[in-house]
Design a protein around this ligand. Structure first.
Ligand code: FAD
Length: 399
C-alpha cells in the first residue's frame, strides 16, 4: 500500500529514498521547506569548517610542543654514591634510542658527592650529565627527588626518560609522571622508536598472555621503567668523556616532611638471584620443601643459587625473594636449570633470556622445553642427584 510519512518525525534526510530497494520512493519539498533545508546545510558546513580549523590548530600546537622536547635521559640511581647496575643497563638501550632519534644520551645524576657517577655514565655511553649534587639529596626521599627531577625536566625538556624498575625507580617514575602529566609504562621488556619519534614500549599485559606495545604520542616526556637484568649491560669504555651540566635546585630541608633517621641494613643476607650466574630453580614438581635441599646441593656444586616458580613460593616452600617470573625477579644467568617447572608464560618472561636453559620435566609436552637449550624428559628425583654426582666427579678429576 501507500507508504505513510509521519510528518512530525520526517526531517527530509532522504535516507528512505536511498534505501528503498525498488526505488519506489520520491520526496518533494515545498519552496519554504527547500529554503529551510538549504539554510540548515549552510550552517552545518560552517560549523564543519570551524571544527576542522580548531583541529588543525590543536595539531599544530601539539607538534610544536613535541618538537620542544629532545634527548634521551637515564636516571642514574644511587645509594650512598653506589650506582644501581640497572642504570648502566639502561644506558645500553638508551644509546640505541638516542642514535635512532639523532639526539644525545644524557644521565640525570642526583645525590650528594656523586660527580663520579657522571664519569661512570660517560663510560657507559652518555655524552652529557645533568648533575644535582647537594646535601639535601643524600638519602633518597620522594619529595626532594621529585621536585629536582621536575625542575630538570621543565628546564631541559627531554623526550624520553628511563628509570630502573627498582623500589626507588618505581616510586620516583610514578610521582614524576603524575606531576608532569605524562604517561609511564612500567616493567618494559622492549624499547624502540617509530618514524614519528614515539617511543614504542613493549611489556607483558593481561597476565603475561600477550605482549602489548604502548605509546605516549601526545605527551612528553615519554617515561618507562625497566627491571634489572632485562636489558643487556653495555661495554664500559675507559677513556670516554662528556659534558657535566651542574645545576642547583633551591629546596629547604625544613620543608621536607620525610626525614631519614637511620638506615638499618637487612640482616638476613638475602640471596640475590637476579645477579646470579647459575640458578637451579624448583617448581611444584619438587613436591615438598625438604626436596629443595637437592637443588641447593646442585647449586652449591655450580657456585649458584636456588630459585623457584610461583607455585613453589605460594606453597611456602621457598621465600618470595627467590621467585622468578613476572611477579618475581627477572634473571639472566649463564645457566638456568628448571626442575619440575611447567614453563607458564609468567615464569618464562622472567628467565627466557638466560644464556643456557636446561629443563628437567617428566612431561615431554611441558612448554618449558620450548625455551630450553637442553631438555631432559624424566624424573627429577633421579636426574638432579645424578647431575650433582656427575659434577662432583668431574671436579675431583681436576682440569
Ligand atoms: P606446574 O605448572 O604445576 O608444573 C609442575 C611441573 O612439574 C609439571 O610440568 C610436571 O610435569 C612437573 N613434574 C612433576 N613431578 C615431576 C617429577 N618428579 N620430575 C620431573 N617433572 C615433574 N609463575 C611464576 O613462576 N612466576 C611468576 O612471577 C608468576 N607470576 C604470575 C602472575 C600472574 C598475574 C599470574 C596469573 C600467574 C603467575 N604465575 C607466575 C603463575 C604461573 O601462571 C604458573 O601457575 C606457575 O608458574 C606454575 O608453576 P610450576 O611450573 O612450578 O607448576
Amino acid at each position: 500500500g501507500e507508504p505513510i510519512v509521519l510528518s512530525d518525525k520526517c526531517i527530509g534526510c532522504l535516507k528512505c529514498v536511498k534505501v528503498c530497494p525498488a526505488e519506489a520512493m520520491e520526496m518533494f519539498f515545498t519552496p519554504e521547506e527547500l529554503q529551510i533545508l538549504q539554510e540548515l546545510a549552510k550552517q552545518q558546513e560552517a560549523s564543519g569548517v570551524a571544527a576542522a580549523e580548531e583541529e588543525d590548530a590543536e595539531e599544530a600546537a601539539l607538534a610544536t610542543m613535541l618538537a620542544a622536547y629532545r634527548g634521551v635521559w637515564v636516571f642514574v640511581e644511587q645509594t650512598e654514591g653506589e650506582p644501581a647496575k640497572v642504570s648502566w643497563e639502561l644506558m645500553g638501550v638508551g644509546a640505541q634510542l638516542a642514535k635512532s632519534l639523532g639526539v644525545e644520551l644524557c644521565a640525570m645524576v642526583i645525590g650528594e658527592n656523586v660527580e663520579h657517577l657522571c664519569h661512570e655514565a660517560f663510560a657507559y655511553g652518555a655524552t652529557k650529565a645533568y648533575l644535582l649534587d647537594q646535601k639535601v639529596f643524600h638519602f633518597y626521599r620522594t619529595e626532594p627527588y621529585l621536585d629536582a627531577c621536575c625542575y630538570l625536566i621543565a628546564k631541559y625538556k627531554p623526550e624520553i626518560i628511563l628509570m630502573g624498575a627498582t623500589g626507588m625507580g618505581r616510586d620516583l617514575a610514578g610521582a614524576v609522571a603524575t606531576r608532569v602529566k605524562t604517561g609511564l609504562t612500567a616493567d618494559c621488556t622492549g624499547l624502540d622508536v617509530d618514524d614519528k619519534r614515539n617511543l614504542r614500549q613493549t611489556r607483558p599485559a593481561f597476565g603475561g598472555n600477550i605482549m602489548a606495545t604502548i605509546m605516549c604520542d601526545k605527551f612528553r616526556p615519554q617515561m618507562a621503567t625497566v627491571r634489572p637484568h632485562v636489558m643487556q649491560m653495555p661495554e664500559k669504555t675507559g677513556d670516554a668523556t662528556g659534558e657535566i651540566i651542574q645545576e642547583r635546585f633551591e629546596i629547604d630541608e625544613a620543608s621536607i616532611l620525610t626525614k631519614v633517621l637511620e638506615i638499618i641494613k637487612d640482616k638476613k643476607a638475602g640471596v640475590d638471584i637476579a645477579g646470579a650466574e647459575f640458578i637451579v630453580s624448583g617448581g611444584r614438581g619438587m613436591m615438598a620443601p625438604e626436596n629443595f635441599t637437592m637443588l641447593q646441593e646442585l647449586a652449591d656444586e655450580l657456585g649458584g643459587v636456588v630459585g623457584a616458580s610461583r607455585s613453589a613460593v605460594d606453597a611456602g616452600w621457598m621465600p618470595h625473594d627467590r621467585q622468578v617470573g613476572q611477579t618475581g625477579k627477572t634473571v639472566r644467568p649463564k645457566i638456568y636449570i628448571a626442575c619440575g617447572i611447567s614453563g607458564a608464560i609468567q615464569h618464562l618472561v622472567g628467565m627466557q633470556d638466560s644464556d643456557v636453559v636446561i629443563a628437567i620435566n617428566r612431561d615431554k609436552e611441558a612448554p618449558i622445553f620450548q625455551v630450553a637449550t637442553y631438555g631432559i624428559v624424566g624424573d627429577l628425583f633421579q636426574i638432579v642427584p645424578a647431575l650433582t654426582q656427575c659434577i662432583r666427579e668431574l671436579k675431583n678429576q681436576g682440569p
